[in-house]
Design a protein around this ligand. Structure first.
Ligand code: GH3
Ligand code: MG
Ligand code: MG
Length: 680
């Protein structure tokens, strides 16, 4: 890597390069009037002019943060956050402060506008990006970077990146934008991608600042996991809600269309039936065979539901017969021109020569209903009119008997309820109901799902997503928190074990040292009396069973008192040290050399007979006698030593017995003029 592009800068550099390119291309699209650059998938959700400007500013700002041009980053950050938050406020409060055109050259206002307002969430996240850039620049410049501050910026960035990710995801799975979060996910796809890139750049810089300041970000992890999962959960919750509502609306719309077409079809079919009856009789000149009229009418009544009566009015528009007559007597001899509404429809039907339907009215029987007029012949050949009087309640009851039984239906005529199915279900909720106005009859038909169906339609899925997602978010962040604690504890335990092991080793070394010290004579470095006793006791215990001889030499420096007196105690000590070392050198490693008392030494020789021991002692005596000792300011001098030698009898059990015997030999040596070896 060269000096300009350090390894740590690779991520911020590349993301700012990419988002910068996006910004420049879109800006170019706006300036050159190329909608393909502004709106990639041409659904009128293009990247806005201001967004493109902010993208360019943000990519420069991220580079500035990398290279420590903190003031520049602050200025650009302030620009971006102002545009982001102001656009967000415009969106949320429905304002227009002219921000959309502020930076746009005049001539572009005239162009066919793709919506020029940033989407609310796009604007909000741009605000967050601007804030992060500003705060990073400011805090670095004035050395105010703290771990908490970086944590907060990290949270903002994660909210930003997850929301953008969900917006991109919304495009991939084609989330609806009708309701819920979905309406906010429709930012342009390249806005979402670009904002994600910028956020990644900011996160990389946050990590840089954290490591520059040696902040550990490990403890952030549980929080960050929670935030990411919760934002994803909320997005899916809203998206699934939007989906469910869209489906529900679709289903209910289809049902309502069905209901409306049933009404229309049924009325049309009645009009046609009466029309057929009328056309059959229009060809008959002269009188009307009453019985055949009646038979025709009875057929229609039995075939089609809801008829109160079928009547015939003569060319003067007086009703001349009614079928069935019973209960409808009041209609006979009525002059149809007397009532305005009826007359209007009737005259139009006669004029057009086509069947026509009256609005809702009160029939002569007192029931609510409507009339169908089927003229016999046209105006110039007018022979009267066939009238179908239909009882509205019976009619609707029949036609809706088997239709869409999951839905409630209410039909109004000029705000008057004329029919309702399943009235026990009470009022519909405006949310679920769909109303159609049937203009020609002046009816409005409202339908809405019955509670059972509504319950089915109101899927539990969105809430399940919310609950499960939130629980997952909580659990995973908790698990990562516990894992961190466990790791920390394990680390501490390992450290403690290390310390203990070290201490134990030190203790072992120390105790070995102590043990050694307790068995060694500090002056001469040969074994001390304690060590000698232990070893000798051991040898005596095995002596009986062993074939091997054991010999012992006891040695005493002659006239040592005189040496001390003549050359001083320090020289005396030196003499003792030299004697010790000479004795050690003139024995085998299996032999024991020990300081028995002041200037007395004892040598235990394993697997050695008294004769052999004698030879060893003699050799020692000569070596010691030949050794020259030096003393400052005095002449060099020699010493002599006396030796007692004894091969230990297997019968002997106590050490004291051994020493008594050998001491006797030494005593003899002293008395025999010293500087000699005496064998027991
Ligand atoms: P002899 O030939 O009969 O053994 O005469 P001696 O003077 O050697 O015998 P004695 O037992 O009377 O004196 C031993 C002396 O050794 C007495 C004591 O001061 C001296 N001595 C004992 N231990 C040490 C020691 O550690 N360092 C020195 N410098 N002198 C010691
Ligand atoms: Mg002595
Ligand atoms: Mg002595």
């Amino acid at each position: 890597m060269n000096k300009f592009l350090a390894q740590k800068d690779i991520i911020p550099f590349s993301v700012s390069l990419l988002s910068g390119i996006i910004g420049i291309l879109v800006l170019w699209g706006w300036l050159s009037g190329n909608p393909n650059l502004i709106d990639l998938n041409l659904h009128s959700t293009g990247m806005q002019y201001n967004t493109a400007l902010c993208f360019i500013a943000a990519s420069v700002a991220i580079l500035a943060l990398c290279k420590n041009f903190n003031l520049l980053a602050c200025i650009l950050g302030a620009f971006i956050l102002s545009i982001g938050y102001l656009s967000f406020a415009e969106d949320i409060f429905g304002l227009n402060i002219g921000l959309d055109f502020l930076f746009m050259p005049e001539s572009y206002n005239a162009q066919e506008p793709i919506s020029k307002r940033m989407s609310a969430n796009g604007a909000l996240i741009l605000g967050l990006i601007g804030t992060s850039i500003f705060v990073l620049g400011y805090s670095t410049k004035f050395r105010l970077v703290t771990r908490k501050l970086l944590f907060v910026l990290m949270v903002l960035s994660l909210i930003g990146i997850t929301t953008n990710f969900m917006a991109v995801f919304g495009y991939i799975v084609d989330l609806p934008e009708a309701s819920g979060w979905g309406s906010y996910t429709k930012m342009a796809i390249h806005t979402a991608v670009g904002e994600s890139l910028l956020t990644v750049g900011i996160i990389a810089i946050i990590f840089q600042k954290a490591s520059e300041n040696k902040f550990s970000y490990v403890s952030w992890v549980p929080w960050l996991i929670f935030i990411v999962l919760e934002v994803i959960t909320l997005s899916f919750w809203q998206a699934s809600k939007a989906y469910v509502e869209k489906n529900e609306l679709q289903q209910n719309t289809i049902a309502s269309e069905g209901i409306r077409s049933i009404v229309k079809d049924e009325i049309e079919s009645r009009k046609r039936a009466l029309g057929r009856m009328a056309s059959r009789w229009q060809v008959q000149k002269g009188g009307t065979p009453y019985t055949e009229w009646i038979q025709d009418a009875l057929n229609i009544i039995s075939d089609e539901s809801g008829y109160q009566a079928i009547e015939w009015a003569d060319p003067n528009l007086f009703i001349r017969w009614v079928t069935p007559l019973k209960g409808n007597e009041a209609a006979l001899n009525i002059n149809l021109t007397k009532e305005e509404v009826r007359a209007q429809v009737l005259l139009k039907a006669i004029k057009d020569g086509k069947s026509a339907v009256t609005p809702l009215l009160t029939l002569k029987s007192g029931h609510k209903g409507f009339l169908i007029y089927a003229p016999i012949g046209r105006v110039n050949n007018f022979q009267g009119v066939i009238i179908g009087a239909i009882n509205a309640k019976l009619f609707f009851d029949e036609i809706f008997k088997d239709a869409l039984t999951d839905y409630n239906i209410a039909i109004y005529h000029q705000n008057e309820l004329i029919y309702e199915r399943h009235p026990s279900e009470g009022k519909w909720s405006t949310h679920d109901s769909i109303t159609y106005v049937v203009k020609e009859h002046d009816w409005s038909i409202t339908s809405w799902p019955l509670s059972e169906l509504a319950e089915k339609q109101h899927s539990w899925l969105p809430n399940a997503i919310l609950v499960i997602g939130s629980i997952l978010a909580l659990m995973l962040s908790l698990i990562s928190y516990l894992a961190q604690i466990a790791r920390k504890n394990a680390h501490m335990a390992r450290e403690e074990i290390k310390v203990r092991q070290k201490t134990e080793q030190q203790l072992i070394v120390y105790s070995k040292k102590l043990k050694k010290q307790s068995l060694i004579d500090p002056l001469t470095k040969v074994d001390n009396r304690r060590s000698l006793s232990g070893a000798l006791q051991n040898e005596l215990a095995h002596l009986r069973d062993s074939e091997m001889p054991l010999s012992i030499i006891l040695m005493d420096v002659d006239h040592f008192k005189h040496i001390n007196d003549t050359y001083g105690h320090v020289t005396g000590d030196n003499v003792l040290q030299r004697v010790g070392s000479i004795l050690r050198k003139s024995t085998r490693s299996t032999d024991i050399v020990a300081r028995y008392g002041g200037e007395e030494f004892c040598i235990v020789l394993r697997n050695t007979t008294d004769r052999q021991a004698y030879t060893v002692a003699e050799k020692m005596r000569i070596l010691l006698a030949e050794e020259i000792f030096l003393c400052e300011k005095k002449d060099p001098f020699h010493i002599t030593c006396s030796f007692g030698v004894y091969q230990v009898s297997p019968k002997i059990k106590k050490i004291s017995q051994v020493f008594n015997v050998v001491d006797g030999a030494l005593y003899t040596a002293k008395n025999s003029g010293r500087n000699c070896v005496v064998l027991v």
